[in-house]
Structure formats: C-alpha cells, structure tokens
Design a protein around this ligand. Structure first.
Ligand code: AMP
Ligand code: MG
Length: 367
C-alpha cells in the first residue's frame, strides 16, 4: 500500500495570529518521534498564554500538536501527556507490530481469549459501536480483507473470488467477544483467520484520548491534535481563538491545495480520502477502504469524505463509513447521527461535486 507520509489529507492551519519564530525549545526528549518543538508567548483575547507547537510522526503519519497553556511548564506537561498517550495507543493497536495487543488478539483467533489493557478494550468497544451506528459499513473485522488486498497490490494479482468469499465470511461481529475483565478487557475472535483492524478509527480515537490526557494537566486552555487527516480540538469555554482545519482539494493533493476551511473550538474534523492512501493493481488505483458487502475496495464515487463530530473516534469511523456508502447513503447516515456534519466530494475529470449536510455551513469559512 502506498502511504504518502507528507500528503496528509487535511492541512493544519495556524490560528489567526502568525506563529513567528521559536523562542525556546524543550530540554528533555519527548516520548515519541518528535521532529520539532517550539514555544512562544501569545496573547489570546485578554489571556496571556504560552503556545507550544510540536511536529511528530506516529502511526505512519505526520502528527501535529499545538497547545495553549498558562506557562511553558504547563504547556510542556500537556504536550508530554498527549504524546505519551498517542505513543501508547499506537503501540497497542498496531496490527503490523507482532508485539502489539491487537496482534496478540489476532494471533489467537479461533483459539483462546486474550487479556488486554483498558485502552485496547475501549477502542474495540468504540469500533463495535460505530459498526452498529453505520449499520455495518464500518467493520473492524476487515483485517483479513485488507491483508488480502495489500498482498494483491504487492503481487500485482487480484485475489481470487474464493479467497474474497472466505475472508468475507469472517466479518460477523457476533464472532467478536469483548468483555470487561479486571482492570482491562478479555477479547476473543471466535473463528480462525479473523483479523481485527482498528485503522479506520485509531487516529481519531488516539487524538481524543491524547486531549483527555492533556486536559488532566494544569493550566491547559486550548489544544489541537492532528494525526494525518484527523483533526481533534478542545478549548476552554469562552476561548477566543477557534481552530481552523483546512480540507484539501483532492484535485491537487500533491500541492496540498486547500478547498475550504472548517472552524471549530471543540470536536473533531476527519477526512477520509482515496488520494493519498490506496492499493494499486495493474496500474489501477483501488481504494484502501473495503466495502464489507462485497469484500472489495469500495467503488463509491467519493474522492473524500470530511466528517465533523464531537467525538474523535466517531468522526474517524464515520468518514471511513461514508467512503464505503457513497453520497446518498452517507448523507442519510450523517443525517441520523446526532452532532455529525459532513462534506462529501466526487470528481469526474477536473469537475468536483460537493455534497454537504445542512449544518456544515455553520462550521465552514467561506472564502
Ligand atoms: P481511514 O483512513 O480512517 O478511512 O481508515 C482506513 C483504514 O481502515 C484502512 O487502511 C483499513 O485499515 C481500515 N478499513 C478499511 N475498510 C474499512 C471498513 N469498511 N471499516 C472499518 N475499517 C476499515
Ligand atoms: Mg477513518
């Protein structure tokens, strides 16, 4: 699978004030792979704050973290707490790392139950909830199918219909047991070959958990966590500087051209797109999102789906589900989901089709 590390589908855009040059840099190393960190005093409304900016890499994706706190010690503590949480989640949920908790669950499929942390258990519960809410378009058991199509893109040969059918028979969420046990969860995949893949909501969920961890520190006023195309923010009530998240123009993703901007102070805006992550077989680009109904890369006409939701995991999973469902069913899904808004894009040649929920305009900054 191609992964354009530098081509996140949403570009973070600074708040109204310019960022300026770094005044100070953190002394101690951060708990994840940090490319740069800087702090700067900024006045936001009538509040004097210290802003901290960190660029990092996690889950094969560019991350960006921005905090506003009362002073540098507090900004630094919030950054550390958020990065630690993201790093912990990335480690536990990485299905390509044989040492992760998710891999332990997958390795035991068809056999024994596995005891996992509260973190992993809650992520699985969130995925089950989104499977229900999306009526199956979001299905975290697509792991086997994802592996099949990934292998096909490496070999250049499409999977046989028998192998697709076999993997499709392993999508039944009733075969996933996940129960509280002690301080964590006990998880079992009942059938051999079943594979859990939380990639469709891991980033949104991690961003939300990172914000929760940062908020447990003193003095935090506002925070943004960008993980690839997922932007999740929180601000204290009355905060004077909303966050602006840009939605990329899929016609010019290589240059990160901006189509529109979304403004919010609290909540999540997530874009799922086919233009920076995809399978390629015989020169054909195939979506990295699997339609659980067919077992094949989705052929919905959407080039991207941007979803706003108060909850990061829900926004992330809904965006993935929209890519499966296509325009009309996605608008219906978003319409019946409380707090959700969305912008769906279709493309034919250079013509871009825009479809949106009624409430999107309330978040969009029209240029
Ligand atoms: P996203 O970029 O958030 O849309 O997530 C895409 C990732 O989610 C893929 O790379 C797969 O790991 C996983 N995935 C693919 N199809 C589905 C699906 N129908 N439901 C849930 N997860 C999926
Ligand atoms: Mg997603």
């Amino acid at each position: 699978m191609r992964q354009g590390l530098l081509l996140a589908s949403i570009v973070w855009v600074a708040g109204t004030a310019g960022c300026g040059s770094s005044q100070d840099t953190a002394q101690k190393p951060y708990p994840t792979d940090v490319a740069s960190a800087s702090f700067q005093q900024q006045q936001v409304g009538d509040r004097a704050t210290m802003r901290g900016d960190v660029d990092f890499v996690t889950m094969s994706t560019e991350g960006r973290l921005v905090v506003y706190a009362d002073d540098q010690t507090q900004a630094d503590a919030a950054i550390r707490a958020a990065l630690e949480r993201v790093a912990d989640i990335a480690k536990k949920l990485n299905r390509y790392d044989p040492a992760s908790e998710l891999s332990a669950i997958n390795a035991a499929a068809g056999n024994q139950a596995v005891d996992v942390s509260d973190t992993t258990g809650r992520a699985i519960e969130a995925a089950r909830q989104m499977w229900r809410d999306s009526r199956g378009a979001f299905n975290p058991l697509v792991g086997r199918l994802v592996a099949l199509w990934k292998q096909a893109s490496e070999s250049g040969v499409e999977p046989t219909s028998e192998s697709i059918d076999e993997a499709r028979s392993l999508l039944d969420m009733a075969d996933l047991e996940c129960e509280r046990s002690g301080t964590g969860y006990r998880v079992r995949l009942q059938r051999t070959g079943m594979q859990l893949d939380l990639g469709g909501l891991a980033k949104g969920w991690a961003a939300q958990e990172a914000i929760a961890a940062a908020r447990r520190q003193k003095g935090l006023r506002s925070i943004l966590v960008m993980l690839g195309g997922d932007g999740t923010v929180w601000s204290e009530p009355g905060w004077a500087r909303p966050w602006t998240v840009a939605v990329q123009d899929p016609r010019d993703s290589a240059n990160r051209a901006i189509l529109t901007k979304i403004e919010l102070t609290d909540g999540s805006v997530v874009t799922s797109g086919n233009y920076y992550r995809y399978f390629e077989i015989g020169g054909r680009r195939l979506s990295h999102i699997i339609d659980p109904r067919t077992g094949r890369p989705t052929e919905s006409m959407l080039v991207s789906a941007t979803v706003i939701h108060p909850d990061g995991a829900a926004a992330d999973a809904l965006a993935t589900a929209c890519m499966v469902l296509g325009r009309d069913d996605s608008l219906a899904l978003l319409g019946r989901t409380k707090g959700a808004e969305g912008l769906l894009l279709t493309a034919s040649g250079d013509d871009l089709g825009r479809y949106e929920t009624d409430g999107l305009a309330g978040y969009e900054i029209r240029r």
